[in-house]
Design a protein around this ligand. Structure first.
Ligand code: HEC
Length: 160
């Protein structure tokens, strides 16, 4: 066990002066990495992926206006084995369990020029503000692990 791709050397041992809310753009990688480091014990967990979404994505990707809803309780089912919205014409499937590089979500996070639109996340001026590998790796590891849902008890999911 032990997925290596989360390894993120951040010399600066400074974490956490962030307040949470509106402004504040990612500065460099190291403080962002440190922020997730203590939590990265089980990278397969969707809980950690959801935290990334909460921190960087849901400000735009939630509610009626969003093609893909990345908010808690919605994100997993909007992503896994789910086709990219029509606007992203070459998008394919957002999350292909077990295959990060084929997953359009991962491409949008890691490729400077994804096949449609911009690298995510973008800021309010629609300028890409790419996340460091320690964070995109959280998403990549989760997909590689088969994109499991958050619930530790594998058995509620009614309907279908
Ligand atoms: C400032 C607003 C904003 C933020 C923050 C943002 N996005 Fe987006 N996202 C957009 C817009 C606008 C589009 C459609 C245009 C494009 O694809 O570039 C989009 C498109 C996407 C798409 C393609 C599917 C779709 O909905 O069209 C994915 C996948 C995506 N974003 C993932 C993310 C992830 C993951 C994050 C967080 C790491 C993120 N985005 C953060 C605004 C945002």
């Amino acid at each position: 066990m032990g997925l290596a791709s989360l390894s993120c050397v951040s010399a600066a041992g400074q974490a956490g002066h962030d307040g949470g809310g509106g402004e504040g753009r990612p500065e460099g990688g190291s403080s962002l990495c440190a922020r997730y480091q203590g939590l990265s014990t089980s990278p397969q967990s969707f809980t950690l992926v959801q935290r990334v979404f909460d921190d960087f994505c849901v400000s735009c990707h939630t509610g009626a206006g969003a093609n893909v809803d990345l908010s808690d309780g919605r994100a997993w089912m909007d992503l896994v084995n789910h086709a990219a919205p029509a606007a992203e014409t070459c998008g394919g499937v957002l999350v292909v369990p077990g295959d990060p590089t084929s997953s359009y979500l991962y491409q949008k996070l890691t490729e400077p020029h994804p096949c449609a639109g911009a690298q995510m996340p973008i800021d309010e001026l629609f300028t890409s503000a790419p996340l460091p590998p320690c964070i995109t790796g959280i998403v990549g590891d989760w997909i590689a692990a088969g994109a499991p849902a958050a619930a530790p008890d594998g058995g509620d999911a009614g309907g279908g």
